[in-house]
Ligand binder design. Structure first.
Ligand code: SF4
Length: 254
């Protein structure tokens, strides 16, 4: 009963979710669902193998947003270094929003792609402030799920994955981010069509995963993608999902 209620909530949320993202065409209904029975079996197997993941960071949404931009194309360690440098260099988020781009790029250079990320972070913060929101820990926290989603994906440089990270990790809202690891594992497991992109995959998971399973399944799929179902030569011989997996697109494995 609880699960069907939560699925129905997710369904109604998803219906108006993705057409709001600028530049992304509506996702066909056929791509919006994952085989829930298989998904449940996979989720159980991963939970047994990896246990309960550590709780989310619960950082204020603004911090989560900036961290997610800094995490693009770099390791968690370098992301954290860049973030610490940024906070040391500027007193608050208004200073970051008003900073000259070269100074901002210098401050975050240890995270890689400093000039590109500086443009994104500054544009994002300015757009939030121009919308009348203070750049502090209160930003976004009082908004309802759909309003918050709409506000986040309307920001420059913020796509569905970043928006879902903020909702899930900062505020415990039932949103399922799909990153490169989750996307790859989902395709190999045959949960989504081989050619589906990450946005369609996120829509399918959002539609199909019960609310209270979103965080643990997201975390366990990422861990599985990093440690076992790696991009190059996945470790299929030691994979706890091997009897459930058609290994779509896998040409070489260990
Ligand atoms: S069996 Fe191989 S391809 Fe399938 S999930 Fe496991 S590691 Fe990935």
């Amino acid at each position: 009963m609880k699960e069907s209620a939560s699925l129905s909530n997710a369904s109604s949320a998803i219906r108006s979710l993705y057409p709001n993202v600028a530049g992304i065409p509506p996702i066909p209904d056929t791509l919006r669902r994952v085989d829930r029975r298989r998904l449940r079996a996979i989720a159980r197997r991963l939970a047994k193998a990896y246990g309960t993941p550590p709780p989310p960071r619960h950082l204020p949404p603004l911090e989560e947003l900036v961290l997610t931009v800094l995490s693009q194309h770099t390791s968690d360690t370098n992301r954290d270094r860049a973030y610490a440098d940024l906070r040391r260099r500027f007193a608050d988020w208004d200073e970051v929003a008003d900073a000259p781009l070269p100074a901002l790029a210098r401050a975050i250079r240890r995270g890689g792609l400093g000039p590109t990320k500086a443009v994104r972070i500054r544009a994002m913060l300015r757009a939030i402030r121009d919308g009348g929101m203070p750049l502090d820990d209160r930003a976004f926290t009082a908004m309802k799920d759909q309003d918050l989603w709409d506000a986040l994906v309307a920001l420059p440089g913020v796509g569905p994955k970043t928006a879902a990270c903020v909702l899930l990790f900062s505020l415990d809202r039932p949103y399922f981010p799909v990153d490169t690891h989750v996307h790859r594992v989902a395709i190999r497991l045959g949960l989504v069509p081989p050619r589906s992109d990450a946005v369609a995959t996120q829509a399918a998971f959002q539609e199909s995963v019960p609310d209270d399973e979103m965080y643990p399944l997201h975390m366990n799929l990422i861990r599985h993608g990093r440690e076992v179902c790696t991009a190059q030569r996945p470790r299929c011989s030691e994979c706890v999902l091997r009897d459930l997996c058609p290994r779509v697109g896998v040409t070489s494995s260990r």
